[in-house]
Write a protein that binds this ligand. Structure first.
Ligand code: GAP
Length: 532
C-alpha cells in the first residue's frame, strides 16, 4: 500500500518549542536513548545515562570524529589520559583561579542563577517581543507585508532593538572587565525578577569555581586535594613531550583524545545540553609560532565540513566569533547549531597560543620545547584546539532527527508516526530483519539472514506484533532499513527492503543486501565527503 507522509513541522508551530522539546526528552527515554541518572532515586541534577540505543549512537559519533582525526591525518595521533591529574596542573592552566561563572542568588527563593544567563534570557524575551510585532503586522497587512521594511521603520521594533543592543553591550563590557557590580546593576536596571519568588531581592554577583574536587590518599592528614578534570585538553598538554618524543612527531602535528569532563554548572538545564558530567572530543594541534591564525582558519573550515557532511542542513550551522576571549586564547569561534531553543554552541575552535605549554614548563620545571630543523631554532609550540561535546553533538542529532508525521494511505485513511531521521551512518541499528509471520520457516530464514549480516552491521531481529507496528518501532529508533521475509522469499531468495524516510519498499535479492546497505551506512562515506 502506498503511503504519503507529511511532516508535522508546520502544524507544530502551534505547539511551543518547549512542548516539542519535552516530547523529545520523553521519546529519548521511552526508546532507550537517554535515562536520567539514578532514575529509581528520582535522578541527579544534570547527570544522564545512555541506554541501549543511546550508547550505539554515541559510539558512532565518537568513531566518526576519531576516524576523521586519526585516520584522515597522518600527523594526528590519539591518547587516553587519566581523569585524575596532579593538582598543580589546574593551577598552571589557570582553572583554579579563573574557571568561574558569575552567580547571583535570590534572597527570597534561595535559588542560584548565572548572572549572564539571566541577562541572556532577558534579551531573548525582548527578541520575542520583536517577533510578535512582526507576526501581528504580517497578519494585518497580508500579501502587502514587507518584513525588511517593517523591521527598519516600525517605532516599537526600533525601540526594543535599541534596548537589546544596550543590554548586550553593557553585559559584554561587564564580562570582559570582570565587573561584577556592573552585572548586578544591569540585572536591576532590566527589572529582572526571580522566576520562583517573583522578587528582585538579589545578592551581589560573585564568582563560582566550576571544578569538582575530591581527596586522594588514605588518611585525612596525608590526603591531597585533586580535581575531576573540567576539560580533557590538559591531559594532552602534559603528555606533549611524551608523544612528540616517542612518536617522533614533527610540527605541525596533533594529539586527539575522547574522554569525560566534569563541571559543577550552576545552571544545568536543557537536558543534555549542559551537564555536570559530560564527554569531550578534543584535538590540540601544535604549530610554529606565527602560523597559528592560518591553522585556526583551516581547522574552523575542516570542522564545519565534518558537521555538514551529516546532511542536517547547511543553514542549521553558523560560526560565532568570541568577543570575550578566554585567558589563554588569541582567537576563538564556536560552531553553533540550530537547536529547538535557538542557535547554540556545539564546538569551539580556539587559538590557545603557547599559554598552556609555557605554564606547564614554568610550573613543572621541565623544558617543553621543540627544536625546529626548518628554522634551526627551539620554541614552545603554539596550539590550535578543536573541542566538541559528544553529548551536545548527540542532542543536535536527536533534535534534528525527531519528526512527527501524518501519513495518508491510498484509501484515504490516516495514521501518525514518529520517525528519527538519524543520519544512517550514525543510526544505532542499521537493519531490522522481520519475518512476515513466524510459521512456514520464515522465522528461521530471517534468523539465517540476520546471522549472516550481523558481522557487518548492528542488526535487530523482531517477530512480535503486526508488521506495521514493527516498522513503527524501528522508525522510532531511526533504523534506516527494514527487510521483510515473506513466502516469496522461500522460493526465490528475495526480500522486501523498506526505507525509513520514504517508507517505500522494493524487492531485492538477499545476496545484494550487504552491498546495498553498507554503501549507505558506512562511516567511510562520510569521511570521503570531508576529504573531497
Ligand atoms: N578545552 C576547551 C574547552 O573545554 P569549552 O568551550 O569549555 O572549551 C568545549 O567546551 C565543548 O564542550 C563545548 O563546545 C560543548 O560542546 C562541550 N561542553 C562544555 N561544557 C559542557 C557541559 N556542561 N555539558 C555538555 N557539554 C559541554
Amino acid at each position: 500500500m502506498k503511503l504519503t507522509a507529511e511532516n508535522n513541522d508546520n502544524q507544530s508551530t502551534m505547539a511551543t518549542t518547549e512542548d516539542v522539546f519535552k516530547k523529545l526528552i520523553a521519546h529519548a527515554k521511552e526508546y532507550g536513548f537517554i535515562f536520567p541518572s539514578s532514575d529509581i532515586y528520582d535522578g541527579l541534577g544534570a547527570v544522564y545515562d545512555y541506554g541501549q540505543n543511546g550508547v550505539e549512537l554515541k559510539n558512532n559519533i565518537k568513531k566518526y570524529w576519531w576516524d576523521s582525526m586519526v585516520l584522515l591525518h597522518e600527523n594526528i595521533v590519539g591518547i587516553d589520559s587519566a581523569i585524575f591529574m596532579h593538582p598543580t596542573i589546574w593551577k598552571a592552566s589557570g582553572h583554579v583561579d579563573a574557571f568561574n561563572d558569575p552567580m547571583i542568588d535570590n534572597k527570597d527563593s534561595k535559588k542560584r542563577y548565572r548572572a549572564d544567563v539571566l541577562l541572556e534570557e532577558h534579551i531573548q524575551k525582548l527578541e520575542e517581543k520583536i517577533s510578535k510585532e512582526v507576526e501581528k503586522a504580517a497578519k494585518r497587512f497580508g500579501d502587502q507585508f514587507d518584513e525588511g521594511m517593517f523591521l527598519q521603520t516600525n517605532p516599537r521594533v526600533l525601540e526594543v532593538r535599541e534596548q537589546v543592543a544596550s543590554v548586550q553591550n553593557r553585559m559584554n563590557e561587564a564580562l570582559k572587565t570582570d565587573n561584577l557590580q556592573a552585572l548586578k546593576t544591569l540585572i536591576e536596571d532590566c527589572g529582572i525578577v526571580c522566576p520562583i519568588s517573583g522578587t528582585r531581592n538579589w545578592t551581589d554577583v560573585r564568582q563560582f569555581n566550576l571544578m569538582f574536587s575530591t581527596e586522594m590518599g588514605s588518611t585525612a592528614e596525608g590526603a591531597m586535594k585533586v580535581y575531576l578534570r573540567p576539560e580533557t585538553a590538559q591531559g594532552i598538554f602534559v603528555n606533549y613531550l611524551n608523544v612528540q618524543k616517542t612518536g617522533r612527531m614533527k610540527i605541525p602535528f596533533g594529539i586527539a583524545q575522547i574522554g569525560k569532563a566534569f563541571r559543577n554548572e550552576i545552571v544545568a538545564r536543557q537536558f543534555i545540553f549542559r551537564m555536570r558530567e559530560f564527554e569531550q572530543m578534543e584535538m590540540q594541534f601544535f604549530v610554529a609560532p606565527g602560523t597559528e591564525l592560518e591553522w585556526y582558519e583551516l581547522w574552523k573550515n575542516t570542522r564545519l565540513k565534518w558537521h555538514q557532511a551529516l546532511g542536517m542542513g547547511q543553514e542549521n550551522y553558523r560560526f560565532h566569533k568570541h568577543e570575550k576571549l578566554a585567558h589563554y586564547a588569541n582567537a576563538a569561534s564556536d560552531i553553533e547549531f540550530r537547536f529547538p531553543f535557538g542557535f547554540r554552541e556545539v564546538e569551539g575552535i580556539h587559538s590557545r597560543t603557547n599559554f598552556d605549554l609555557s605554564q606547564h614548563q614554568e610550573y613543572s620545571g621541565k623544558k617543553i620545547q621543540y627544536f625546529d630543523p626548518e628554522v634551526n631554532q627551539s620554541y614552545v609550540p603554539f596550539v590550535v584546539e578543536t573541542s566538541i561535546g559528544v553529548d551536545r553533538m548527540f542532542l543536535s542529532i536527536l533534535a534534528h532527527s525527531f519528526t512527527e508525521e501524518k501519513i495518508t494511505r491510498e484509501d484515504g485513511t490516516t495514521d501518525e508516526r514518529v520517525v528519527m531521521r538519524i543520519p544512517p551512518q550514525l543510526a544505532p541499528v542499521k537493519l531490522a530483519v522481520l519475518p512476515l509471520v513466524k510459521k512456514d520457516g520464515l522465522a528461521e530464514k530471517a534468523l539465517e539472514i540476520k546471522n549472516q549480516l550481523r558481522f557487518e552491521f548492528n542488526c535487530q531481529y523482531d517477530e512480535k506484533d503486526s508488521i506495521g507496528r514493527r516498522y513503527r518501532r524501528q522508525d522510532a529508533i531511526g533504523t534506516p532499513y527494514c527487510i521483510t521475509i515473506d513466502h516469496q522469499t522461500m522460493t526465490d531468495e528475495t526480500v522486501t527492503i523498506r526505507y525509513r524516510d520514504t517508507m517505500e519498499q522494493e524487492r531485492v535479492q538477499i545476496k545484494d543486501l550487504q552491498a546495498i546497505i553498507s554503501d549507505k551506512v558506512s562511516i567511510r562515506g562520510l569521511l570521503q565527503k570531508i576529504v573531497s
